[in-house]
Ligand binder design. Structure first.
Ligand code: FAD
Length: 502
C-alpha cells in the first residue's frame, strides 16, 4: 500500500480511465502536469458502447496526437437496411456523407468501437509517460483549502492519495459525485431498456447496419451494426416494458432469431453484453471546491445521436488547460469557467439525444435521421461564457467563444500549412490578419508568416480590411477577437497566460 499512500506532490488525481479520464490525462501529461489516474476495473473495458466519434472529437484527437490511429482503427458509418423478416423494406443512411471543407477537415462521424478508442488513448498516455492504476477504486474523499484526500481501495486494502485537484471521470454511477454531495437531477425511465451486445455473426453482410423493426411496434427494433475495424457487430434490441431479459448469449440469440425469423443468420460468438436503462440526468454544478466532474459522471442521456463519449472528451479538453494554468499560478476563478462553459452544453445534449430517442421509441418515420448539425459538435460555443471577449462590431465568421476553424494556407516557402497544424499543442495561438492575403500566427513560441492563397482563412474568420487579432485558446475556441492588440494582452493577463515571444 505504500504507493497508494505516497504524497508525491500529485497535482491532479483523475478517477476513471474511460474516454473522459484518459483524454484529460493525456492533455495534462503533455503539459507536464503531475497526475495519477485510477480505475476500479482490473482490466480495460472491452465493450463497443460509444462507437461514433463526431467531427469535433476528431479535431480534438488530432490535437492530442491520436487521430491517425483513430482513423486507421475505424471506418465510416454504413448505410442502414430495414427488414420485415428476410424482405428488405427500406434502405437509407443516417446522413449523407459530406466532403471535407477547408474549415472542417473531418465532416463525418467516424465509427470506432469504444474499446479501441480507449486502447488508443491509453497507448498515447503511455507514450507521454503516464499510466492507469487499475484495480484501484475511489471509496471516499475529503478536501481542505490546500487539496483533496482520496480514499482508495486496492486488492482489499485501503490507502489515501493526496492531490491538489480531483476530477471524477468515473461514469454515470460516479462515486465522486456522491462523495462530493452533487445531486444527479433528472429521470430514470425503468421501462425503457436496451440490450446491447458485441457479437460475431454469419449469414449477414458487413456492408449494412441491419434493422428489424417489430411489426406492431416499430420503435422496438432489433439491429446488427457492423463495427468498423473489427469482425464484430454491435447487437441492440429495445426491450419490451414488461419483460426482463437476461444478458446471456442464449437470450441474445433468441431475440435475434425471433426478430429475423431465423433468416439464416447465426450468432457464432457473443462477447460483451449490457442492459442499458434510459437515464436522462445531469448535475447542476461541475465543481465543489477542488473536486470536478466530467463526462458521464456529470451527464447521462440516451445513446441516440452518439453524443455521450464525445461530450465527455470535450469536457476534459475544456478542463485540462485551465487546470494546468491555475496550477502554474493563474487565478483560481479560471476554473469556474469550466462549469459556465460546459454545463449549458450538457443541457443541450440531453435535450437533443432525448428528442431523438423519443422519436425512435415512437417509431417515427424519420427517427433514423442524424443530419442535425448540432450532433457534429462543431457549433458548440462558449460565446455566453466568462472567457469570451469579442471586441468587434457584428460581422460574419466566428465570434469569441466559437470554435476556431481550420484553413489551408502556405508558408513563406510555399509549403502547405493548416491553421490546425499551428494550433496543435498545449499553447494559445494568436492570428494576426492584415486585411490582405497575409496573416501571421504566433503559437508555441514561434511566429509563422502565412499566405492565405485560397482566401480560406479570411473566409473562415470573416475578417474585414485592416488588422484583426484572433486569439485561439488551447482548446481551439476563440478567446478574444479585436482590432486592437491591447485587448489581446489584457485578455492574456486576465487568464494568467503568456504568449511566448518568438
Ligand atoms: C449502447 C451505447 C451506445 C453508445 N453510443 C455512443 C456513441 O455513438 N457516441 C458517443 O459519444 N457515446 C455513446 N455512448 C455513450 C458512451 O459510451 C459514454 O458516454 C462514455 O463511455 C462516457 O465516458 P466516461 O469516460 O465519461 O465514462 P465511462 O466510460 O463510464 O468510464 C468510467 C470509468 O470509471 C471507472 N470507475 C467507476 N467508478 C470508479 C471508482 N469509484 N473508482 C475508480 N474508477 C471508477 C470505471 O471502471 C470506468 O472505467 C453509448 C453508450 C451506450 C450504452
Amino acid at each position: 500500500m505504500n504507493s497508494l499512500n505516497r504524497d508525491s506532490g500529485i497535482d491532479v488525481l483523475i478517477v476513471g480511465a474511460g474516454p473522459t479520464g484518459l483524454t484529460l490525462a493525456i492533455d495534462l501529461a503533455r503539459r507536464g502536469v503531475p497526475c495519477r489516474v485510477v480505475d476500479r476495473s482490473p482490466t480495460p473495458f472491452t465493450g463497443s458502447r460509444g462507437k461514433g466519434l463526431q467531427p469535433r472529437t476528431q479535431e480534438v484527437f488530432e490535437d492530442l496526437g491520436v487521430l491517425d490511429r483513430i482513423r486507421a482503427a475505424g471506418g465510416p458509418y454504413p448505410p442502414m437496411r430495414a427488414y420485415r423478416g428476410a424482405e428488405i423494406v427500406w434502405e437509407g443512411r443516417l446522413e449523407e456523407p459530406r466532403e471535407p471543407a477547408p474549415g472542417e477537415p473531418y465532416p463525418n462521424a467516424w465509427m470506432v468501437p469504444q474499446f479501441r478508442t480507449t486502447e488508443i488513448l491509453r497507448d498515447r498516455l503511455a507514450e507521454l509517460g503516464g499510466s492507469v492504476e487499475t484495480g484501484t477504486e475511489l471509496v471516499g474523499l475529503g478536501q481542505d483549502d490546500a487539496g483533496v484526500t482520496a480514499t482508495v481501495a486496492r486488492a482489499g486494502r485501503t490507502g489515501s492519495i493526496r492531490a491538489g485537484y480531483l476530477v471524477g471521470a468515473d461514469g454515470g454511477g460516479s462515486t465522486v459525485r456522491r462523495a462530493a454531495g452533487m445531486a444527479f437531477l433528472g429521470e430514470t425511465v425503468e421501462t425503457q431498456r436496451m440490450l446491447v451486445a458485441d457479437v460475431r455473426a454469419t449469414g449477414v453482410d458487413r456492408a449494412h447496419w441491419h434493422v428489424w423493426p417489430e411489426p406492431d411496434d416499430p420503435g422496438r427494433a432489433v439491429a446488427l451494426c457492423p463495427l468498423a475495424g473489427t469482425d464484430l457487430f454491435q447487437f441492440t434490441a429495445m426491450v419490451a416494458p414488461d419483460s426482463t431479459p437476461e444478458t446471456t448469449a442464449p437470450a441474445v440469440r433468441e431475440i435475434l432469431d425471433a426478430a429475423t425469423g431465423r433468416a439464416g443468420i447465426r450468432l457464432v460468438d457473443v462477447g460483451w453484453t449490457s442492459l442499458w436503462r434510459s437515464n436522462i440526468r445531469m448535475v447542476d454544478r461541475y465543481r465543489v471546491g477542488r473536486v470536478f466532474l466530467a463526462g458521464d459522471a456529470a451527464h447521462v442521456h440516451p445513446p441516440t445521436g452518439g453524443q455521450g463519449l464525445n461530450t465527455g472528451v470535450q469536457d476534459a479538453y475544456n478542463l485540462g488547460w485551465k487546470l494546468a494554468l491555475v496550477l502554474a499560478g493563474a487565478p483560481d476563478g479560471l476554473l469556474d469557467s469550466y462549469q459556465a462553459e460546459r454545463l449549458p452544453v450538457a443541457a443541450d445534449v440531453l435535450g437533443i439525444s432525448a428528442t431523438l430517442y423519443d422519436a425512435a421509441v415512437r417509431g417515427a418515420a424519420d427517427a433514423h435521421r442524424r443530419d442535425d448539425p448540432r450532433l457534429k459538435q462543431l457549433g458548440v460555443t462558449y460565446r455566453d461564457g466568462p472567457l469570451a471577449a469579442e471586441h468587434r462590431p457584428a460581422a460574419p465568421g466566428p465570434r469569441a467563444g466559437d470554435r476556431a476553424p481550420d484553413a489551408p494556407c502556405r508558408d513563406a516557402d510555399g509549403h502547405p500549412v493548416r491553421l490546425f497544424d499551428l494550433f496543435r499543442g498545449p499553447h494559445v495561438s494568436l492570428l494576426t490578419f492584415t486585411g490582405d492575403d497575409r496573416l501571421s500566427v504566433r503559437a508555441g513560441g514561434r511566429r509563422v508568416d502565412l499566405v492565405d492563397t485560397g482566401g480560406h482563412a479570411r473566409d473562415a474568420y470573416g475578417v474585414p480590411a485592416g488588422v484583426t487579432y484572433v486569439l485561439v485558446r488551447p482548446d481551439g475556441h476563440v478567446g478574444v477577437a479585436s482590432h486592437d492588440r491591447a485587448d489581446v494582452d489584457r485578455y492574456l493577463d486576465r487568464l494568467g497566460a503568456t504568449l511566448p515571444t518568438p
